[in-house]
Ligand binder design. Structure first.
Ligand code: DGJ
Length: 368
């Protein structure tokens, strides 16, 4: 267990906030704003009911990344049964970014409408004037309706015809690979209604352009999609990457001009091996690399028993990034743990290695 006044990270352990309560911000992301960090995540309750949104998005703040002050619920679920974010919906992986032009804090999250499992595959959007909220729910969308991906050949830029639709009828797509998965059809099926968007992240580039990265096309393909200038909608500019490879939990970073992504495979709440990929442009081409985890077979095949959620650049330190991951406990969701590990570089590639305890001085160490 991590102490309340600890100045260390203790991956996988109980992590108390300023009230001594285990931090409740699962599937989270961190915003650095005016010298303070804000950690947003799914507030979970006890038991399996905690796998649905019963409360909302919790926010904590910190000046040092070790000690976190409870700032309350940034976005509350609604009691109105007509609301898209009614209590009991699925609201996952919230991320917040700050728009310098509008001065607004913009939250995106994966939204599944109440009572229909994971079939909606939508993105929810909420806005606030302050980092701690309250966030006002704006709407949900299926991104990029009516827009073709930028990296598909012209012959694929047409909606499915009647025969293709008939062929697809009755096929089930459970969210992981199945032999009948068609790697280049589902974005065409969804052209009018918008693209499916489940596990997601946001990434703001040095030029303040923001991107939404999401598992699309029944989880079989990742999309990287530019947001509008106000960050409130998708722009219609997007690419498909790794068709048919089934990635979840994408997290992006930019290091010395290269974009790196750490993601996972699709095995529900069970951990699997992390995947690393790299590109010189955010639009690709993206190249898959080796598993970034080093250690025992067990550690490598389960990403230290956890799943990626965010990559946090440490403010004011060069080449310092924290890999944030979740160790899910679906049977008692509130007890999920956080695996924060330093990203190391070997041959200029990100590497993850288990640490029982570590602190930010790790990054100050001489040439690694
Ligand atoms: C894996 C995803 O990464 C999580 O966010 C969550 O959606 C679970 N699947 C649900 O099984």
């Amino acid at each position: 267990m991590q102490d309340m006044d600890s100045k260390q990270f203790c991956p996988g352990e109980f992590w108390p906030d300023d009230q001594g309560i285990h931090i409740n911000a699962h599937g989270g992301g961190v915003l650095h704003h005016q010298g303070r960090y804000y950690w947003y995540g799914e507030h979970k309750i006890e038991g399996e009911a905690g796998n649905q949104a019963q409360v909302g998005v919790h926010v904590y703040s910190s000046s040092d990344l070790y000690q976190w002050k409870d700032e309350g619920i940034a976005l509350k679920v609604d009691d109105d049964p007509q609301s898209e974010i009614v209590r009991g919906c699925i609201l996952e992986r919230p991320k917040v970014i700050y728009n310098r032009t509008t001065g607004k804090f913009v939250m995106w999250f994966h939204l599944e409408l109440n009572g229909i499992g994971y079939s909606s595959a939508r993105s929810g959007i909420a806005v606030a004037d302050r980092p701690t909220g309250p966030f006002q729910y704006v709407k949900s969308i299926r991104p990029n309706a009516g827009a073709w991906p930028m990296n598909v050949p012209d012959e694929l830029k047409k909606p499915l015809d009647a025969a293709e639709l008939a062929q697809m009828k009755g096929l089930e797509f459970p969210g992981n690979w199945v032999p009948h998965y068609p790697p280049h059809q589902i974005f065409r099926r969804d052209f009018d209604a918008g693209q499916m968007a489940r596990d997601m992240n946001l990434f703001v580039d040095e030029d303040e352009t923001a991107y939404h990265i999401y598992s699309s096309e029944e989880n079989g393909v990742l999309h990287i999609s530019q947001l509008s200038e106000d960050y409130l909608q998708s722009s219609g500019r997007y690419v498909r990457i790794f068709p048919g490879k089934f990635h979840e939990a994408p997290a992006l970073m930019k290091h010395r001009g290269k974009y790196f992504m750490i993601s996972s495979g699709c095995t529900g709440w069970h951990p699997n091996a992390a995947r690393l990929s790299v590109a010189d442009s955010i639009w690709g081409p993206w190249q898959e690399l080796e598993n970034p985890c080093i250690g025992t077979e067990e550690e490598k095949s389960t990403t230290f028993n956890s799943q990626s959620t965010f990559i946090l650049p440490v403010a004011g330190k060069e080449d310092a990034y924290i890999f944030m991951a979740d160790r899910w406990r679906p049977e008692n969701a509130i007890d999920g743990r956080y695996t924060w590990l330093p990203i190391q570089f070997k041959n200029e590639l990100p590497v993850l290695e288990w640490k029982d305890r570590w602190d930010l001085n790790f990054f100050a160490a001489p040439a690694r």
